[in-house]
Write a new protein. Sequence first.
Lengths: 422, 268
Amino acid sequence: MTLTQIPKQGHHAARWLITTLVAASTFVAPGCRAMRPDSSPEALTTAPAGATHRQIGDTATELTLTKPTRYPVQRVTYEPPSLPQAAFAPIPPGADQYCPPQGGPAAEGPWSPDGLARPWPIDEYIWDGGDRDTLVEVGNDWTVRGLDQEDTVAHYDTVDGRVQVTPSNRVPIYAPRFAAVRQIHGPEIHQSREGLAAAERNLRLRSQDTRQLASAALQPEQVVREHNLRSPVLMRDQTRGLPIATALLPSGFSNRFLPHEDLLLIQRGTYLASEKARLTELTRAALIWSSDQMAQAVIDGVTAHLAQDSYVPGETYNYELPPGKPRLRLVKVASQSEALPGEIIDFTLRFDNVGEQKIGNVTIVDSLTTRLEYVEGSAQCSLKAKFGTQENDGDSLVLRWEIDDPLDTGAGGIIRFKCRVR
Amino acid sequence: MGRPLRNSVHKLLIALSVVASGVVSLTNSTAWGQRAATHYFHSGDLPPGAIGRGQLLRGGPAPGYFQPVEITAPQGVLISPAVKGQFVEPRPNILRAGMLLGEVYRFRISGIPDHEAHEVFPTVEVVSRLHPPPGQETRFPIPIQLTLEDLVMAASGRYIVRVIYLEDPTAALPLAQDPALQRYFEVPAGQDPLKVADEMGRPVAILRMGSRVPDLQRETTNLGFSYGEPPVLFYEKQITVPRDSGLEEAAARDPRDLRRYRRVPVTR
């Protein structure tokens, strides 16, 4: 029943009812001011025009503020947070799960999942050095077998006629490279594309995604670091001082160290514990050094008694090299840890006879990975050596240095070469 | 009566043997055993934003991270991103910006050589982030290249999807790459470009353009067209300090770059 259909005797009553409703809404409406978005404490920090500063007990100013003030009607908008630089801050390592970056001082490195080796993710890095996959073996005729891409090894002959193989550490270089997959649709198949987009949205597969996450949580066994095998005596034996003249006697060798070679280990072959951090930065090979592949204890820097305190108090483990044991140390560093395609990286190999007998026919072999291209004519060696190259299965090169003279105990040298990132 | 019965029994035996041999050959065939064991959660024809948001569920420091992206286009092309309800001042040729994962960013491309009357409105979706060393984030952006061929095809009504992926370093092509010309592979219409990219590396971004002409009078104010205009960071300059060592040739650099990195006195 509309208002026009109201009988005459009820017409006055209905008009009074409408008048009462309008009057009530007029009184109630000012009470809704509390719902305005600009009535928040922050909005009051900007005083309206004509208002004075309010103080407790100041009756005059209170009276001024109690006057109804006209606020312009503003559109409520959302401003996204500006410049969240904290997003770039590295996440502290060891965190169980992701927590928002706090923007504090830089931690030890970017975030990586627990249990996975660093640097992570591996598909953003190219690697060089070490002995990947198949172990390198050298026959009596010095034929090298099992040399994969990235491998860098040295082999030498001992006094008793054996051929020994020593790998270097691995050097990661951050060098992501991108490509694209293109697909072109004609207008005639546009409709079918829209239909498939709605049909293939299958939510049941989310559980499959979760299972993949669980199966991908590779938890490599924590390395039981038997640091106690290395005694301080062994450390002294392997880090004997070297005369500089022995290390730098080359013909045609640039007798000036590069910036990334500012390490006593590279310049003289003497390991100092104080250089461990910088050496780790250059090699990023802390995990490799602690693995079983690397027989060298010189980078470890953990004394035996420290390990004993952790595991078996009161017992002492000593390990001594058998007399006359041959040993070659091969350390690899790179001039930079990240590179764009086209840039050139300097690599330096330091080799030392840290054993207790003379070794001969020392040969250093470096098989470059696919993404590294050897810069022609950049190879240098501080000792007299024959240098040659050979193509490998990754369409890159195998670099080979054959040191002419035997290495006496404590002797060593430096090899340098340059590579262009493809 | 005996001969027809014997013939029918023989026919039945022959038929059974044929069926049995077929089943045995099918179950023992290498094609059966080598079927793909991967269950793909996403496909390339999902709506923009669906893949990136799905990746956010995987955990890790992906939410809130602004992944640097570098969009390049041919000379003369103008790139204008959609920000706050409008396409802002266009950048010539190159645009460096930080984009959130799972969000979709709309751009307006104008000034296409020989097609100045046309405009293309591509979208970019970042589906995975990089983890460069701290401080090197903007030095290693995700490169997204708008080629002239793609732009012309998009202006003519084609729909183009480019899935940019990070190469698997162990299976990378042993060829030097020209940074100005990104290598790409063509995928026919029947295949899934996301799956192909996943087999060759890690998909990191998806570029979609073409096949749609918006009504600018109506749709520039429609947040659906610009996908809500998510937050974006613009990098007007390369932030990282350039390395003097390691570069191929110092003289080969653009002299304008040297002026860009000119030292200025520190003032309080």
